[in-house]
Write a protein that binds this ligand. Sequence first.
Ligand code: NAD
Length: 495
Amino acid sequence: MISPLTDQTIAFDGRALINGERVAARSGAVFDCLSPVDGRLLTQVARCAEADIDAAVAAARAAFEDRRWAGLAPAQRKRVMIKFADQLLAHADELALTETLDMGKPIQYARSVDVNSAANCLRWYGEAVDKVYDEIAPTADTALALITRQPVGVVGVIVPWNYPMIMAAWKIAPALAAGNSVVLKPSEKSPLTALRLAELALAAGIPPGVFNVVPGFGPEAGSPLALHMDVDCIAFTGSTRVGKQIHVMAGQSNLKRAWTELGGKSPNIVFADCPDLDRAVEAAVGSIFFNQGESCNAPSRLFVEDSIKDRFLEKALALVPRYQPANPLDKHTVMGAVVDQTQLNTVLRYIESGKQEGAKLLAGGAQALLDSGGCYVQPTVFDGVRNDMTIAREEIFGPVLSVLSFSDAAEVVKQANSSVYGLQAAVWTRDINKAHGIARALRAGTVHVNQYDEDDITVPFGGFKQSGVGRDKSLHAFDKYTETKTTWIRIDSPV
Ligand code: NAD
């Protein structure tokens, strides 16, 4: 009988995957991959650097040039992408367990959200790729102008640690489906599922060299990828600070196409005429504490109209105990560990700054599960926050809700927009004019009306302002991984 997979028996392989082979870093260097669940050492991971990036890019370039993947008909690539998605589902328990151990999210969500969304994304782009048509321009009869899309070539992908598989899938799925070769650098804080994805891609039939994974640290492995002269496009998700450097590196090197999905400080505006206060409370609390608050689109600034604020807060505080952190491996847990000690310290520092700057701590505010050996923080709520306080301006990326109040619609829109970020926003009102007017005025890539959790692979995801450049998801993502080509054909009509 085969023993079931448990957190004790699962075996990790931390080596890079280049040209279809598992390989150590050229230097032999490794780094420890620790679990935030309890501090245990999961495995040692290849610490890739410039030489490894060069090897991975060379493999990706060779694969692109000989057209072993790009040369397949879209319908053939579709079949392989769908098999790739099926591979994820066939290994769903292992991938979910790996994600939970590696970055601390509750196992129930790793399985139901992360694995399923990543698989769905791969399938969706696979299914889409043989249904997208090119164009013929409406020119004069003396010529034919074909407007076609071609894969850009070698795509470098750099992703963060908060949804490791989903963030990777949002980029590799459209890039691969369009016929590119990919070199993926996962976060040093959560490298393990990316390495398995590359193995599963091979098992599905994606040829060696087409999808390579090089784990390592940002400056050592990420920068050489962003600076590489033979990478045609860099697709990045992460902080605004590093995102800015990515655009500089693209400009300093070969002017590779650079796409960035960056931070957020999303405003959630609840008017007194909100159609369902309980739903608004559930959404406000559930969305900031989901994934331990480590979501770029978390509604971290909650604006509540004065007249309902006390009632709203009473209901919100009643929900907070539900989100007390617990062992992420327990299937009932809804809030797990933050990704590592560094992130835990960052969150605690922000909580301290909230107190120092005069916000009123209503719940949480401290580390939790101190005996676990892991990295846990209590769900935290601040009232009396002003928009100029550090906790309202900077992205905390932890389970910290800042509550602000307002009395005037124009003023709250001004405050909501007063942020360097513009990723998402929400407005709750039963007044259709107010809903449309405010949705239009909010400077954000996505605006929710009377809900916060709708999501679908069919809609673009990305931000205004310093929340990034470009959009993930939907058919729009193909724009990032294809070049538009015009071919003029002269027609000397014989008739
Ligand atoms: P980060 O910017 O520190 O790191 C992201 C990735 O960049 C990692 O792989 C890291 O190794 C790499 N990196 C770091 N320094 C680099 C350098 N000098 N050159 C090249 N690569 C480098 O971000 P993080 O802490 O991993 O992730 C959290 C951030 O990601 C938050 O700001 C969050 O809002 C953002 N995020 C945005 C989205 C979105 O879609 N907009 C989604 C998820 C996360």
